[in-house]
Design a protein. Structure first.
Ligand SMILES: Cc1cc2nc3c(=O)[nH]c(=O)nc-3n(C[C@H](O)[C@H](O)[C@H](O)COP(=O)(O)O)c2cc1C
Length: 175
């Protein structure tokens, strides 16, 4: 069973999860730009991970536009997967047939506002403004409150244990 764990990460949290997953699955760890689309067919299974940016899964077109024998996708975002509804994100990022057939796992990353680029900093400032809007603190959802609370700070929610459901699923698929 030849498995590739392919990732695209801006600040390293997706890379961290990809590294843990590749180690557990005895897979090749590959940065998205280091593989050509036609090489995907060389693998029995592809696990693709992308950071979440403004509801987009970084670089996911590699696997949505090119065939893989078996495909698993994971996203890494700041939002808490236990309380987040990802249906809109999946509708936006996955074409029809994959939307219903591919298994997607959601993992929690982190952010350090001191080190993010200027464009991303501006986007986050805008998102904060839009999130708060004219709402009073009581009107914010848990998710919005978490975003506002962590704004401007350094937070790291990466957790090796969180990959277990993905690993179990991948091992089942590999049988
Ligand atoms: C401009 C910007 C937009 C983001 N948009 C989202 C988002 O829509 N949903 C989410 O859960 N996290 C969002 N995040 C948080 C990142 O997904 C999070 O920091 C993740 O761990 C980044 O992955 P990376 O370290 O692999 O680049 C955003 C971060 C930035 C800087």
């Amino acid at each position: 069973m030849r498995i590739a764990v392919i990732y695209k990460s801006n600040y390293g949290t997706t890379k961290q999860y990809a590294t843990w997953i590749a180690a557990e699955l005895n897979a090749e760890l590959i940065e998205r730009t280091s593989i050509k689309p036609r090489e995907l067919a060389d693998y029995d299974m592809v696990v693709y991970g992308g950071g979440l940016y403004a509801s987009g899964i970084l670089g996911v077109d590699l696997v949505t536009e090119n065939p893989c024998k078996r495909l698993i996708i994971f996203t890494v975002g700041l939002a808490d997967p236990n309380t987040t509804d990802y249906s809109k994100i999946l509708d936006k990022n996955l074409p029809g047939e994959l939307r219903s057939s591919v298994k997607v796992f959601h993992l929690r990353g982190g952010i350090d506002y001191a080190t993010i680029g200027i464009v991303h900093r501006g986007m986050m400032a805008m998102m904060r403004k839009m999130t708060i809007g004219n709402k009073s603190p009581e009107q914010l959802s848990d998710e919005e409150q978490a975003f506002v609370d962590t704004y401007g700070k350094k937070v790291d929610f990466t957790d090796r244990q969180a990959i277990k459901p993905l690993i179990d699923f991948a091992k089942n698929q590999a049988i």
